[in-house]
Design a protein around this ligand. Structure first.
Ligand SMILES: Nc1ncnc2c1ncn2[C@@H]1O[C@H](COP(=O)(O)OP(=O)(O)OP(=O)(O)O)[C@@H](O)[C@H]1O
Length: 959
């Protein structure tokens, strides 16, 4: 924990133990630092107990970290704060509903109950499945709504609409809409008219006024469209010049939407009832019921209100969350901190105006909530705004540069209002150095270019990073590659693996498309139907059967005995977690993906009454949907971090490479296709309507919506904020990269991009775990840059059959080392169990991970080959060198012989009077293969000192 002293403004917030405070401050200004100190300080006040303070944050991890920070700054222990309400909105609402929300559904006129067995359904794929099932029933029961269904291109867009409405506090009841919810659906004509007028403002040309953006945007109004008969012609619509006639504002806005509202109402209400019948709630309904309950049950609300409410990351709150915070605040002690510039959760219905227009919203919401009863009974007109301007993370150059991101055109054409610039408060760096490189580069092969740049950066003092006030050369650990979308990060990781560059991927992974998931699905299919061809084909192929052999086995149902036995053992597993583990153990999968799948499946199915068929369907659907899950895939040690900007939020990295700034990637393309949609200003609308106008049933374009949408424009503000978040993660240096088709966001950066020639050097063997040998050539007697060839031929490792990858190999080695030195470690894979058996059987002493150095004279030059021996088994008359290999094939053995020969000659010199032997221990099947070492001269011949190597002040690696 840090011992930092708060600055003056931070201290002001810490000391302000009463009143309403809002901090809307830039990245790295210590908002989280300050709010936790404030919490600790409140506890120091004699009359405040942990249960009097609600501290809200956005993830469970953040809530856990907050507790740790609080404990470090006050007299409370972790256990004393165990039940303290330091929680997420969802977590807190869940607890509240379970305790008090038994009859909350009746607040909406739904005759059902919430009980402790009501599940929180977190998995979107499963929910979409259930929603489809619900819709099937609904369609059947409501023929009057068939025309609406015909307009949908994706049934689950209705589920998104429901969640969006819930996030605004718009809920259906059996009699209509909860409180004044309906007004949101109608939109606000006055607000719309303002937008209409702005878009219809004539532009200025060299020779006077030119047509407005709106008039311009409506040219081609009829092209490729099919409107209903009441639509105006393009000539009617664009009759005036330079603007369109004002009357079109109300003509477009006024549309009879009663049936549409009734349709959405009924789908919404009946889906809530369906979910309750099926005993589940989603996140949106959790907040909805809590809100309805707190609104209507006055004595309950008063009994659960807190003396103090603190909310971190307030820019990520939705409207209903803001309102919930108000309902939960019993006094005027409300403190929110956030940064509007980091509001990047629009897709989860975060509303940036909660913080940007805090005071205005506070007053509006109080008015709304108090319409028929005083629910918020403290004054809200005295809000203390505290601005934090000292930044503890980045250099001044990075801070100054980050401001550009908020005003960069993301499409090349959109206007960015001046109010954005007005709302940016410049930050002051407190770092001792300002040595930042801020660069942009492009290359058609962007991934290779990024890896090239990373290799140039690592160890290079021109990219020095600050460590405790001192500058030092960067390591891989210092570098983070951030991306807007997920796919690029995974591809980069795979590319880095080919070169042996260590990369830790953190973020969403298409877990269901992994080998682990495919094999699990196959075995589950076999358990479901013992002759499942789809299942057997996969497991047979995995076992190396050729297509013809697979065909033969399937036709005759002559499955291999070992596999049938395994199936029978698998059938005995009682939980899906147990089943999955057995499958993964069989294949030696002991990695982040396997762990991720086990915990996901356990979390999803263990406590529900699903059968295997459901799980199979779930895996299939998730595979089809490309569903992603957060996985940390970390090789350990010194490695580059790759993550999405969303995953990087709240973190800091010495060097940031903002990658994949390409067209359709940043900003991403797509979205916006829903035909029944909600937009704040214009309310509930349809972009297309299914009718039989013109005497023909058809999906007609809605001419009114087309005019409205031209005034709304597409927002890229959030994309710019994402870029801001990415840049402000950087402490010392920021680089931007793009490939073949850079996006306007990249091209508009105030930087001159360079072109990178990809030139990545292999840093270690990919594919399978290897002990590395290093050869050092003494510099500087010889001209700089002399380097030997590899002793071994890399190519044999790139296609090692069934290698389990470096990460798996590293784990087995770690286990072996720890077990050999007597630590109480348990094997977690068959490979580790084999290692355990081996070590248990050896009678002598162990020396593990021994460094060895073999000096050689090659072509008159002195070179030293160094490496690390996994295990020396030493007895009175015999020393055995053991090298663990996790390969399942044997074809790299000739190459390993070279490696072991180096060890042999070193060990022989050390133990001249004992027998020395060398063996490879194949961990997958427990086979020990003795190796006949090469002679010293033969080794010398393998080293080629003539190859020029770019001198980088380090020992060149050879394998
Ligand atoms: N007064 C201070 N003295 C020294 N370091 C500080 C001080 N205040 C904050 N820091 C450090 O600054 C860094 C950023 O702090 P913190 O994460 O609280 O900022 P933030 O405003 O919440 O950032 P972001 O908005 O980017 O998530 C942390 O490493 C924190 O320890």
């Amino acid at each position: 924990m840090t011992e930092y002293e708060p600055n003056e403004r931070q201290q002001e917030l810490i000391d302000a133990t009463s009143g309403i405070h809002v901090v809307d401050a830039g990245a790295g200004t210590g908002k989280t630092f300050t709010i936790t100190r404030r919490y600790a300080n409140l506890l120091e006040q004699g009359d405040v107990e942990p249960e009097d303070i609600l501290l809200i944050t956005f993830t469970n991890n953040a809530a856990g970290e907050m507790k740790e920070r609080v404990v470090a700054n006050c007299d409370y222990s972790m256990s004393a704060l165990r039940d303290a309400p330091i929680n997420t909105f969802h977590g807190y609402c869940h607890d509240l509903l379970i305790r008090h929300g038994f009859d909350a559904p009746t607040r909406l006129g739904i005759d059902d109950r919430i009980t402790s067995s009501t599940q929180l359904l977190e998995n979107e794929v499963i929910e979409e499945d259930r929603f489809r099932e619900f819709l099937d029933q609904f369609i059947e029961a409501h023929p009057e709504y068939h025309d609406y269904f015909r307009t949908l291109n994706n049934a689950t867009s209705l589920l998104d609409l429901i969640k969006e409405l819930a996030a605004k506090g718009v809920f259906p009841t059996d009699e209509g809409w909860f409180r004044d919810g309906e007004s949101f659906l109608d939109g606000d004509y006055e607000e719309f008219k303002t937008l209409f007028d702005e878009a219809n403002e004539p532009n200025e040309g060299a020779n006077g006024a030119t047509q407005s953006d709106l008039r311009d945007g409506l040219s081609g109004f009829e092209r490729d469209r099919c409107y209903e008969p009441d639509a105006p012609s393009e000539n009617d619509l664009r009759d005036g010049y330079p603007q369109i006639d004002d009357a079109w504002a109300s003509r477009a806005f006024d549309e009879d939407r009663d049936n549409l509202k009734a349709f959405v109402h009924d789908v919404y209400l009946e889906y809530i009832a369906f979910a309750l019948q099926r005993n589940y709630l989603n996140f949106s309904f959790l907040l909805m019921f809590t809100f309805a309950m707190l609104c209507e049950d006055h004595s309950l609300r008063e009994s659960v209100q807190f003396d103090h409410v603190l909310v971190d990351e307030f820019q990520d709150t939705s409207e209903i969350q803001f309102k919930l915070a108000l309902l939960l605040t019993g006094t005027d002690n409300l403190c929110v901190v956030g940064d509007w510039k980091q509001s990047i959760y629009g897709f989860q219905y975060a509303s940036v105006d909660n913080i940007r227009r805090f005071e205005e919203r506070l007053q509006t919401y109080k008015r709304e909530l108090n319409g028929d009863y005083v629910r918020v009974d403290f004054p809200v007109d005295d809000v203390n705004e505290i601005s934090l301007v000292e930044n503890y993370r980045s250099t001044q150059s990075i801070l100054d540069f980050s401001e550009h991101s908020l005003t960069l055109p993301a499409t090349g054409s959109e206007e960015i209002g001046p109010e954005i610039q007005d709302d940016i408060t410049s930050l002051a760096a407190i770092t001792e150095h300002d040595h930042s490189n801020i660069e942009a580069f492009t290359c058609d092969d962007e991934q290779e270019a990024i890896l090239t740049r990373i290799q140039e950066i690592v160890g290079n003092r021109e990219y020095a990073v600050e460590d405790d006030g001192e500058l030092r050369a960067p390591t891989y650990d210092d570098v983070a590659v951030l991306t807007r979308t997920r796919d690029f990060g995974r591809e980069l990781q795979a590319c880095a693996a080919d070169y042996g560059i260590p990369v830790a991927y953190e973020g969403g992974v298409e877990l269901f498309g992994t080998e682990q998931s495919i094999l699990l699905l196959a075995w589950l299919r076999i358990l479901e139907h013992e002759d499942s061809k789809r299942g057997w084909a996969v497991v047979l192929e995995e076992a190396g059967y050729t297509l013809d052999e697979v065909k033969h086995v399937l036709e005759n149902s002559t499955y291999p005995t070992g596999m049938v036995e395994f199936r029978d053992q698998l059938a005995e597993a009682e939980t899906i977690g147990g089943t999955a583990r057995r499958v993964f153990d069989r294949y030696g999968f002991d990695d982040a993906y396997a762990d991720g799948l086990v915990s996901l499946l356990q979390g999803t199915f263990d406590s529900t009454h699903h059968n295997r068929g459901d799980i199979v369907r779930f895996l299939e659907r998730s595979l089809d949907a490309g569903a992603t899950h957060e996985v940390e895939d970390n090789p350990g040690g010194d490695s580059v971090t790759v993550q999405t900007i969303h995953a990087a939020k709240g973190l800091e990295h010495p060097i940031v490479i903002m990658a994949n700034m390409n067209q359709h990637r940043f900003p991403p393309s797509g979205g916006g296709a829903d035909r029944i949609r909600y937009e704040e200003t214009v309310g509930l609308r349809q972009s297309k309507r299914y009718t039989d106008a013109h005497g023909r049933p058809h999906l007609y374009d809605n001419w009114r919506y087309r005019i409205l949408s031209k005034c709304l424009g597409r927002e890229y503000d959030e994309e710019r904020r994402l870029l801001y978040v990415a840049i402000t993660r950087a402490e010392s240096h920021v680089l931007f990269s793009a490939g073949e088709s850079p996006s306007p966001l990249f091209e508009n950066l105030p930087l001159e991009p360079s072109t990178v020639e990809p030139d990545v050097e292999a840093a270690a063997v990919g594919g399978t775990e290897q002990t590395q040998l290093q050869i050092s050539v003494p510099v500087p007697e010889t001209p700089s840059g002399q380097s030997p060839h590899s002793l071994m031929d890399d190519r044999v490792f790139s296609d090692v059959e069934d290698g389990k990858g470096m990460e798996f190999g590293t784990r087995v080695h770690e286990f072996a080392e720890r077990y050999a030195v007597g630590e109480a470690v348990e094997p977690t894979s068959p490979d580790e169990r084999n290692v355990q058996t081996l070590l248990d059987s050896l009678p002598g002493e162990f020396r593990v991970e021994e460094n060895v150095y073999l000096p050689l004279s090659v072509d008159g030059q002195q070179v030293t080959i160094s490496g690390i021996v996994d295990l020396l088994h030493v007895t009175d008359d015999w020393v055995e060198i053991m090298d663990y290999k996790t390969d399942r094939g044997r074809h790299a053995e000739a190459e390993y012989r070279k490696q072991l020969s180096v060890y042999y000659h070193v060990v022989r010199q050390e133990y001249p009077d004992r027998r020395v032997s060398t063996s490879i221990y194949y961990t997958a099947d427990g086979e020990r293969v003795e190796i006949d070492p090469l002679l010293l001269e033969e080794l010398g011949e393998l080293v080629d000192v003539d190859e020029t190597h770019e001198e980088r002040g380090e020992d060149p690696l050879i394998r």
